[in-house]
Design a binder for this molecule. Structure first.
Ligand code: 6PG
Length: 250
């Protein structure tokens, strides 16, 4: 079933190109497979011209079915590096880590051949983890799967975070963040996150959201236009001029 697709201006500012495309899917299953097919198509296209490609994945509940569907895609997975958009300050084997989510949902079936780049490792300080993440990021990712919280956060960029200004202005791809006091960060305030600069370098950025509440939050953010209040807006920026692909179902 074809998704309803619309171009919408992102903010009150004038832009020569649409900054996001909204794909409205009929139901959860259609949403899941449409997103998995879209990610696989980006990887497949990139694999025709590159010897290796990188895919970045988010945590959260929303993308897990997509990762399971994507794991069955017939691709040259042994030429795909899988990294993380963000990570909680947990060891990769921790059940609440984003690494665990990716391992258990994506790295199976065909995708078992992919090369995974977990961020954290036993005995590594957070500074070493950030240095490692920035070293991985020297190889440009071609696709990022992003999620959004009901507070308008994206990756681990939370509204109201103490050092959000510094993070939004960072010239690095990854930074350590302290989201103490931000309810959206739940019990994991210490995190590693892709920065707006890191996101803007990725040509294909897919934002996965479901439900009326998240749609309304996104619309409110777009109408307001302030990325410090709504960090999700930072995903609209692209050095390639490519619009954010928003995939939504009720
Ligand atoms: O580690 C994390 O928490 C994430 O990467 C985060 O940015 C996530 O994408 C959103 O919080 C949406 O999460 P849900 O899909 O669970 O709503």
């Amino acid at each position: 079933m074809a998704a309803e697709r619309s171009h919408e201006p992102a903010t009150a500012a004038t832009h020569s190109q649409p900054r996001h495309d909204l794909h409205v899917h009929a139901n959860h299953d259609v949403w899941t497979w449409a997103v998995a097919v879209a990610v696989a198509a980006e990887l497949r296209r990139e694999l025709t011209t590159q010897s290796r490609v990188r895919l970045l994945l988010s945590g959260g509940i929303t993308p897990a079915p997509v990762y399971r569907a994507l794991s069955k895609a017939p691709l040259d997975w042994d030429r795909v590096n899988v990294g993380l958009v963000d990570e909680r300050w947990l060891q990769p084997q921790d059940l609440d880590s984003n690494a665990h989510l990716v391992r258990t949902n994506l790295l199976q079936h065909q995708a078992a051949a992919a090369h995974f780049e977990p961020m954290t490792r036993a005995g590594r300080s957070i500074e070493e983890v950030i240095a490692g993440a920035n070293a991985f990021a020297k190889v440009q990712a071609c696709v990022a799967v992003l999620g959004m919280g009901e507070d308008g956060h994206i990756a681990s960029l939370f509204p109201g975070m103490g050092d959000l200004e510094r993070v939004l202005a960072s010239r690095n791809d990854y930074v350590a963040v302290d989201a103490t006091g931000c309810p959206g960060a739940r019990q994991w305030p210490r995190r590693i996150s892709l920065t707006p600069r890191g996101m803007a370098r990725i040509p294909a950025r897919l934002l996965l959201i479901q439900g009326a509440r998240k749609r309304d939050v996104l619309m409110q953010a777009l109408a307001d236009g302030n990325p410090a209040r709504w960090p999700v807006l930072t995903a609209l920026d692209s050095i390639h001029g490519t619009p954010l692909q928003v995939h939504w179902c009720a």
